[in-house]
Design a protein around this ligand. Structure first.
Ligand code: NDP
Ligand code: GDP
Length: 344
């Protein structure tokens, strides 16, 4: 049997690296789409040890002609759209760009698939942020959406256009509504990696400054990225496209993430004060480890996310392997190693 070809957009991102590794292990030919930049940063692919095994092509979600050419050239068996302006905080500052890339960009891809490669199976990286002000607990495929940021609104459009192309043109198009998933390759603007990278630098004596965070009480359903890319692949192996929630079914506060990670850096945190005056103190040394700062509050917050993975477990046979405590440990230990080796 000839090798299957997969295109992955957002190859330089966290999920791009994990998914490419998985598909290479499954003997796919992997085409990785990246944006041209003044500096080329493929550190995730290098750290995964797969930089040499991927064929790279330039690709931008904003450029119709470029997208059409890439799809026409490769006519891939599978197309995973992971590219996006993926940070909620930035979407409040760059709402139009986010709508264009994360929303309309998906229609650009689907139009090209419809026109030039209708047998291509398509995966759209949808998000639990679409549930926003949650209408049901836990959130599942049938839960109504209530987006609370320009990011979530753009992703919601992308989700529905994926469903629409599936129903209108009979494309094999799937939307994976993935809850937060993290790893040592997560961007440092996200609260998990911001926490572990800062605490690691502190523990290695590289900074004395406390970690400044916003809302410590927000609750997220955090899983491990390596587990979640398996669900993406499984979706495209089904006879038909569909929509699936991928989650752990467990929710934790930002505060808990900080406490659990800090332990592996040698800190035991006790919280004092309230709201913007709250601080996290290391009980062993009395040192202030965490400070709350309103700079990191959001204009509209998503207070609670918890997903039900029941459909993914039943229909895809997917099961997550890594739980919350192990995730904290993996991320903290990886950043400690980086900090001690001068890489943070
Ligand atoms: P990252 O932010 O790590 O990666 C995003 C990727 O998109 C990067 O490779 C980035 O390239 C690329 N990109 C951004 N803008 C463009 C553009 N205009 N044209 C082409 N490429 C672009 O995200 P993750 O890997 O964490 O997430 C993958 C996808 O899953 C995203 O769509 C995200 O929104 C979604 N998602 C993620 C969740 C999570 O918890 N991680 C949860 C649910 C959904 P560059 O390096 O040049 O910036
Ligand atoms: P998101 O769920 O995609 O927005 O992932 P983030 O990791 O960016 O944020 C998760 C939650 O952590 C949100 O409710 C944020 O408000 C909260 N949070 C608290 N402090 C911070 C912070 O300093 N940075 C970020 N990124 N989020 C924070």
């Amino acid at each position: 049997m000839s090798k299957k070809t997969a295109i992955i957009t957002g190859i330089t991102g966290q999920d791009g690296g994990y998914l490419a590794k998985l598909l290479l292990e499954k003997k796919y030919r992997v085409i990785g789409c990246h944006r041209r930049g003044a500096t080329e940063i493929f550190s995730n692919l290098q750290n995964q040890g797969i930089a040499e095994d991927i064929e790279l092509v330039e690709f931008d979600l904003l450029e119709d002609s470029n997208i059409a050419r890439v799809i026409k050239k490769f006519r891939p068996d599978e197309f995973y759209n992971l590219a996006a302006q993926s940070f909620v905080g930035t979407s409040f500052e760059q709402p139009l760009y986010t709508a264009n890339a994360d929303g309309i960009g998906v229609t650009r891809i689907l139009e090209s698939i419809r026109e030039y490669s209708p047998d291509t199976r398509f995966y759209q990286a949808s998000t639990s942020e679409m549930y926003g002000m949650v209408q049901e607990i836990p959130q599942k495929e049938t839960t109504p959406f209530y987006p609370r940021s320009p990011y979530a609104a753009a992703k919601l459009y992308a989700h529905w256009i994926t469903v629409n192309y599936r129903e209108s043109y009979n494309l094999h198009a799937s939307s994976g509504i993935l809850f937060n998933h993290e790893s040592p390759f997560r961007g440092r603007e996200f609260v998990t990696r911001k926490t572990t990278s800062h605490l690691a630098r502190m523990a290695a004596g590289k900074t004395e400054k406390p970690l400044r965070l916003g809302n410590l009480n927000a609750k997220r359903d955090w899983g491990f990225a390596g587990d979640y890319v398996e669900a993406m692949w499984l979706m495209l192996q089904q006879p038909q496209g569909d929509t699936y929630v991928v989650a752990t079914g467990e929710t934790r506060t930002v505060r808990e993430f900080v406490e659990h990670s800090a332990v592996h850096a040698g800190y035991a945190i006790e919280w004092r004060g309230k709201d913007e005056n709250e601080v996290g103190i290391d009980t062993k040394t009395g040192k202030t480890i965490v400070e709350v700062s309103a700079d990191f509050y959001r204009p509209a917050e998503v207070d609670l996310l918890i997903g039900s993975p029941a459909k993914a477990e039943e229909k895809l046979g997917w099961k997550r392997k890594i739980g919350f405590s192990e995730l904290c440990e993996i991320m903290m230990k990886s950043d400690l190693e980086r900090a001690h080796n001068g890489l943070l």
